[in-house]
Design a protein around this ligand. Structure first.
Ligand code: 0L1
Ligand code: MG
Length: 261
């Protein structure tokens, strides 16, 4: 079988980002795309972004809740990178002209105080290494046509990462039980979904441990100061012009974004 050209597929996906134009899923064009090849494309895509002067602000998990897995028709979590350029300013304004077909979702967010490297990282280790926990809203924007993909496709596409708003109402990692901590997700003033932290595969901290252990297999670790998105406890909602989304958390206050354009 011909080896997968990771650099070429990374450039293909970056062109989708640059052109604000959806591309055909990679798996529709190859006989097979393994999970390892998909992460290798993701790594090549990260290198392209870094080559343009961007930096890594953190890392993320996706598809860590049943709601998200059912929405996207997959059964496993995925891991990706949070770029500094993707972090929104306090206005929460999302320039839709820079995106293809964005959706938004609430996120549990960890800010690390210490490096964390797998293997063998537990949820307790994550809490020990965490400086604070807060809420956010992630804007995801699959580069694939019709927001439709297989698991390897979405891994290659850096797990649809596009923008993220980080809340300011942080708490210490053991100031509350993260599994019972509640989130109300509102779109245009209506309650769109509700969830608790336990929606994230039972425990948000254990999700972050999975990420640290995943990176450990690739000789990488989570770094002190990084922002880590543990995943969305609800499904994602479309973000159009004028759409106002707000995530209200029981312990983090609220985070809002608005679609501009
Ligand atoms: O952050 C996420 O949960 C996104 C994971 C990729 C699947 C999607 O685009 O919804
Ligand atoms: Mg997400």
């Amino acid at each position: 079988m011909t080896p997968v050209d990771h650099a070429a597929w990374a450039s293909y996906l970056l062109a989708g980002v640059d052109d604000r134009s959806a591309v055909t899923a990679i798996t529709k064009q190859l006989d097979e795309l393994s999970i390892d090849d998909a992460y290798a494309i993701q790594a090549a895509l990260l290198e392209l972004h870094l080559g343009r002067g961007d930096t890594v602000a953190g890392a993320k998990l996706g598809l860590t809740s049943a709601a998200k897995q059912e929405q996207m028709g997959v059964t496993e979590p995925v891991y990706g990178w949070v770029l500094e350029s993707s972090v929104l300013d306090g206005s929460g304004e999302v320039e839709l002209g820079e995106l293809i077909h964005p959706r938004c979702e609430p996120e549990f967010v960890f800010v690390l105080g210490e490096d964390l490297g797998g293997p063998g990282v537990t949820g307790g280790d994550v809490l020990d290494a965490t400086e604070s926990v807060t809420g956010g809203i992630e804007v995801i924007d699959s580069r694939y046509e019709a927001f439709s993909f297989t698991l390897p496709d979405v891994i290659a596409d850096n797990t649809s990462a596009a923008r993220v708003a980080i809340g300011s109402g942080a708490i210490g990692p053991r100031d509350a039980d993260l599994t019972t901590l509640g989130c109300v997700f509102e779109v245009d003033g209506e309650v769109a979904a509700t969830a608790t932290g336990a929606a994230l595969l039972g425990d948000p901290a254990s999700c972050v441990a999975m990420l640290a252990n995943h990176l450990g297999k690739h000789g990488q670790s989570l770094q002190a100061g990084w922002t880590i998105l543990a995943g969305a406890p609800t499904d994602a909602k479309p973000l159009g012009a004028g759409t106002r989304a707000r995530a209200r958390y029981s312990h983090f206050g609220s985070v809002s974004i608005v679609g501009k354009g």
